[in-house]
Design a protein around this ligand. Structure first.
Ligand SMILES: Cc1ncc(COP(=O)(O)O)c(C=O)c1O
Length: 431
């Protein structure tokens, strides 16, 4: 095995510097990973509570996924969408069964960005309108349309933006401009949506697009009646509801298969990636039959519905189903929340605790009423967690939100161990 120094030197020489690993020159250089653990090249073992950004959903190198993937690799590795492979049909049927409402027809790609690009094109073709409205603090990916949908300055660098994508305020309760109730916040966002439609469009829109919980944005969780009120306005303007479940899907939010189900609306299009494949590259867009059928002309994705990917995805979905992981996310998520709320009362720099199920975050601020973001302490906190053998993530526009997202099948013992490591890390950085 090459040394840290050698790997880092060659990393810097041969990779785009825009890829910035956590911890800089002290980056975790992965040797191997199994189930809940990951080992670096120095032999340190970490409990993984971030899963490669909510992507390793059922544990590293999950045996059932590995076996099914290898079996399929030996059988047929690649077909392209010009030939039909039965497992793609099986997965599409399964996704249609599990998703809410009338969502029925799938288009498979290889990433969340592509899934969202597909959703935007589908909505525009179906409605004959161009305007897509989304929210500030959204993250939708790194391709051109996905970057246009994204509303984080740093993640839009180098983009040439789609002028028909508009961003309204998001319901960020912790950073509301003044004291307000959740209902008041919802009405402010709804008003912004109405005014955006009235002032910037011809009165008709193609779609509204949102993550149920803004992931990269720092797990910003909308009030309960939010999406119902938004959908009323969107539908009155002829628009579709596109829901990005790239982070929130597959049970993550606890008790339901998909995040949006907590808000009780039926999307016209949903997108997936990340946890759907437990690390195997996947993107998927599902739409109602009429929206899918309006996608005119021929389209193609070399790797879309790749049989090996599909075998892995099927194994992941069946594993989640067999072990009822949406329920585990609810139970373990409640434990995690209890700990995080305790931390909030104990440490004056924990400003906010939010999220659902196994997708919870804490916002780190300088103590005091100003709620000044503290990205330096946030970085120190993930470094402290690493010292205690725990991997967690960060995010948020100001880089001051700790993102905690254990695997969907996390055990009670691991949840306790992880939360204790977070407590120790908070104590370390408090000094
Ligand atoms: C909510 C959401 N949508 C889309 C994407 C883009 O996915 P990918 O990186 O697979 O293109 C991400 C990635 O973080 C995401 O969090």
């Amino acid at each position: 095995m090459a040394s840290r120094k050698d790997i880092l030197e060659r990393y810097k020489k041969y990779l785009f510097p825009a890829l910035t690993p956590y911890f800089g020159d002290d980056a975790v250089i992965v040797d191997h990973a199994k189930d809940q653990y990951l080992w670096d090249i120095e032999g340190n073992q970490y409990l993984d509570f971030f899963g490669g950004v909510l992507t390793v959903s059922i544990g590293h190198a999950n045996d059932e996924v590995t076996e099914r993937t290898i079996e399929q690799l030996k059988r047929a590795q690649h077909t392209s969408t010009l030939f039909i492979n039965p497992i793609m049909v099986d997965v599409a049927e399964k996704v249609a069964e599990l998703t809410p409402g009338r969502l029925q027809k799938c288009f498979f790609t290889s990433s969340g960005s592509e899934a969202n690009e597909t959703a935007v094109v589908a909505a525009r073709m179906y409605t004959g309108q161009k305007d897509i409205i989304t929210m500030r603090h959204a993250y939708s990916g790194r391709t051109q349309a996905a970057m246009s949908l994204t509303a984080h300055g740093t993640w839009r660098m180098g983009g040439v933006f789609d002028p028909y994508i508009r961003h309204i305020r998001n319901p960020y309760m912790y950073r509301a401009p003044f004291e307000m109730t959740e209902d008041e916040m919802v009405e402010i966002v709804v008003k912004d949506l109405e005014e955006t439609i009235a002032t910037l469009t011809n009165g008709k829109i193609a779609a509204f697009m949102a993550e149920p919980i803004q992931g990269v944005g720092g797990f910003i969780t909308p009030p309960k009646n939010f999406f119902k009120r938004i959908a009323e306005v969107v539908r009155a303007a002829g628009g579709l509801m596109i829901i990005d479940e790239v982070q929130t899907g597959w049970g993550r939010t606890g008790g339901k298969w998909f995040g949006i189900e907590h808000w009780g609306i039926e999307p016209d299009i949903m997108t997936f990636a990340k946890g759907m494949g437990n690390g195997i590259p996947i993107g998927a867009t599902i739409a109602t039959p009429e929206v899918a059928d309006a996608y005119l002309g021929a389209t193609f994705a070399t790797f879309g519905g790749n049989p090996v990917t599909m075998a892995a995805v099927m194994a992941v979905i069946e594993y989640i189903e067999k072990h009822n992981l949406p329920a585990n996310c609810e139970v373990q998520g409640a434990t995690m929340r209890r700990y995080l709320e305790e931390f909030k009362s104990e440490f004056d720099f924990v400003g906010d605790v939010r999220g659902m199920g196994l997708m919870q975050g804490i916002e780190i601020v300088k103590p005091g009423p100003e709620k000044t973001p503290d990205p330096v302490k946030t970085t120190a906190l993930i470094a402290a967690a690493r010292k205690h053998g725990l991997l967690i993530g960060k995010g948020g526009l100001y880089g001051n939100v700790i993102r905690i997202a254990p695997h969907l099948n996390v055990s009670t013992a691991d949840m306790e161990a992880g939360c204790k490591a977070i407590a120790q890390s908070l104590a370390d950085v408090a000094q």
